[in-house]
Design a protein around this ligand. Structure first.
Ligand SMILES: *Cc1c(COP(=O)(O)O)cnc(C)c1O
Length: 380
């Protein structure tokens, strides 16, 4: 049973039937080129989600299958992604109550595994035997792992600033790595060109399948808090897929009547790559790209965020805000988390750096997105 009824463009609101999107090599709005949001039959989902067995099941990625566009549940590709802990350590905050959603606990060490699980499931459903993508490292490792698990070939186009440990992780899973002379946007163009000219390959990346899979972080947060919505959810922003997926999850929970409000979504970017913060501060409708961003938070060095408009919508419609932190504040946050037992890579500490800077009140959920072992910058 699949409950997806169509897709809608974030920018121009054009609507598509699922079959129209599934046929596209690059699943984006064919009218304006923007990102697409899946629309579901929420009345039918409501019947499943309010059942006792759903309520009793432990939070885990595929528990929320009804909110994902999958045709046959017996064919999903899963490596046990999701079900990550919400950690409570009083030493890490002074005001309110802060919980850390520890996404490093996923199979390849980042939240990207949620999206990869759905993407590789879709690649098989479409009968593809190869996948290709551009990645600053974590998505590449994640897709490479899930592709290898499912027996698909994987090609990863990598921008020039990505650290050697991340490239090694991708290679370890047997994927082919192609170094691109340029930033993430250039790598993405190369991956898209490759898929357009190779009909047996499937494009993975920040397109609708990935964002639908990434929503489960939001569902899990609400579920782990017994459906009490926190006051703030603090999220690092690269391409904007993570933040918009979390917002979408909380919005969908209100649509099925399980919760009655959406938390304030706080976006955090680093100073040298802050196009979403800039657009929010200047009240712009579009996100102006930053070219060739340089920051130690390499996982979020996306100068031209694909889901930038969706990220702005998440911030604005939730009554949230956008903040920037420096590389130095990010490393301080990384060290402070690690001294309290929670080891993340620099990008994984950006949200916590935002929490330390802003001193938010109430119940705060802070995303810790990638494992410390992936990038040990500055640790001697
Ligand atoms: C991908 C990633 C992000 C940012 O997610 P976007 O969807 O690109 O905004 C943040 N932290 C880590 C560790 C990541 O791998």
């Amino acid at each position: 049973m699949v409950y997806v009824t169509g897709f809608k463009c974030f920018r121009c609101a054009r609507k598509y039937k699922p079959q129209e999107i599934e046929k596209l090599p690059i699943p984006r709005c064919s009218n304006c080129g923007s990102a697409l949001d899946a629309v579901y039959d929420y009345t039918s989902i409501q019947k499943i989600i309010l059942r006792d067995d759903f309520m009793r099941n432990k939070p885990n990625h595929w528990k929320y299958w009804a909110f994902m566009p999958v045709k046959d549940l017996s064919k999903i590709i899963t490596m046990g992604e999701g079900g990550t802990p919400l950690l409570d350590n009083r030493k890490l905050y002074k005001t309110g109550r802060m919980l850390i959603k520890y996404e490093a606990a996923n199979p390849t060490g980042s939240f990207k595994d949620r999206g990869s699980s759905l993407e590789i499931t879709k690649a098989l459903e479409f009968g593809k035997n190869k996948v290709a993508l551009a990645s600053t490292g974590n998505m590449g490792a994640s897709v490479a792992a899930y592709a290898a698990f499912a027996g698909l070939e994987c090609r990863v186009f990598i921008p020039d600033f990505v650290g050697v440990e991340k490239i090694r992780q991708i290679k370890a899973y047997g994927a082919e790595t192609i170094s691109v002379d340029g930033d993430y946007s250039i790598a993405m163009k190369r991956a898209e060109d490759y898929v357009v000219s190779h009909g047996d390959s499937f494009l993975t990346g920040d397109y609708p399948w990935r964002s639908e899979g990434t929503k489960t972080i939001g569902f899990e947060i609400a579920d782990q808090l017994y459906w009490h919505i926190p006051d703030h959810v603090v999220v690092p922003v690269g391409n904007g897929t993570l933040i918009s997926s979390i917002f979408e999850a909380f919005r969908e929970l209100t649509l099925v009547g399980i919760t009655d409000r959406i938390p304030r979504i706080i976006a955090v970017q680093v100073e040298n790559c802050d196009p979403v913060v800039h657009a929010w501060e200047s009240d712009l409708g579009e996100v102006m790209p930053v070219s060739n961003p340089r920051t130690i938070a390499t996982a979020i060095a996306c100068g031209d965020p694909i889901d930038g408009i969706a990220a702005l919508r998440a911030i604005r419609e939730s009554g949230g805000e956008a903040l920037r932190v420096s590389d130095e504040e990010t490393l301080d946050a990384r060290d402070r988390l690690a001294r309290n037992g929670i080891f993340v890579e620099p990008s994984g500490a950006v949200a916590y750096a935002g929490v330390m800077k802003k001193k938010l009140e109430g119940t705060i959920v802070c995303l810790a997105t990638g494992h410390g072992l992936k990038d040990m910058y500055g640790i001697t």
